[in-house]
Design a protein around this ligand. Sequence first.
Ligand SMILES: [Zn+2]
Length: 114
Amino acid sequence: MVEMMIVVAIVALLTAMSIFSAKSYFEKARAKECRLNQQAIFNAVWNWRIDNQFLPGTSVTNFQLVPQYLRSTNQFKCPTCNLLYGPVFVAGTVPRCPGNVTNHVWKTTDKVGF
Ligand SMILES: [Zn+2]
């Protein structure tokens, strides 16, 4: 009987550990996706500016970017807070995570695709 209880306790512990690590795995994946979205928007706005011969600082709406510069409108939303990065972006300025979630910050000095 005691052996049975020990086995049940170990299984419960392992289940709790796997649920905890799965949650942190998915949050890390969403943080990376948010940073990749910011990078994609930054580059799309910059390329739009060059193609349309505007100076840095020019404002661009998200409708001007899809589908030529960004493949999907899904990239305009943070996967964690599900809010839009903004209806308007400024060429040369990195969009910020709308929920200001920790680890959802991409800088132009970060590695490409990191
Ligand atoms: Zn985010």
